[in-house]
Unconditional design. Structure first.
Length: 188
């Protein structure tokens, strides 16, 4: 009887885990992905037990300013963590703090506001990320407690172009010099 109960419990775990896990998707800087989540509040309610959250793994090979932007009819919450999530079954997700997936610890870097549901930005920038692996968590941030409707979205990961400071200073000094030269010419 013990073996039957153990087999039944393990079978249920396997069947349920295939149905209720959030997605873990490998992606990269410069990529655009099309995915879907179920429900409008998965990120807001920190619900990692359904298909209401997606996790994207990014490997960054050089220091970068990472921009994550989402296009959808649903207001999304976005969190960026240092480290890679490897397991999404039975984790205690935290949308604005560190958490662990039982194998790895993920350190919170930045995210959208959970204090104002449905008023969040659809893009976020993480400044000066070093070489390493990062996890981006996304899910609904509406707060209307719809747990069954699927919402599609497009997410893109891009490197924010930097303007080098020496070039900016050079352009500023050249412009100032030109203004002074023109002013001097008009006085004569």
């Amino acid at each position: 009887m013990k073996h039957f109960i153990l087999t039944l419990i393990l079978s249920c775990i396997v069947l349920v885990s295939a149905q209720v896990n959030a997605l873990i998707i490998n992606s990269g800087v410069g990529a655009t992905e099309s995915e879907a989540v179920t429900g409008d509040s998965g990120w807001l309610l920190e619900d990692a037990f359904g298909d209401s959250l997606d996790f994207f793994i990014l490997d960054i090979t050089e220091t970068t300013d990472l921009e994550v932007s989402i296009s959808s009819a649903l207001a999304f919450g976005i969190s960026i963590y240092e480290g890679a999530i490897t397991n999404d079954f039975g984790i205690v997700f935290n949308n604005d703090g560190n958490f662990t997936d039982l194998f790895n610890s993920l350190n919170y870097i930045t995210g959208t506001s959970s204090l104002l549901p449905s008023v969040t930005n659809e893009a976020i920038v993480a400044m000066n990320l070093g070489i390493g692996t990062y996890t981006v968590a996304v899910g609904g941030n509406e707060g209307f407690f719809d747990f069954i409707t699927p919402y599609t979205y497009d997410i893109s990961f891009s490197n924010v172009a930097k303007v080098a400071e020496p070039q900016v200073l050079f352009a500023w000094f050249m412009g100032l010099s030109l203004i002074l030269l023109l002013r001097k010419m008009n006085q004569h």
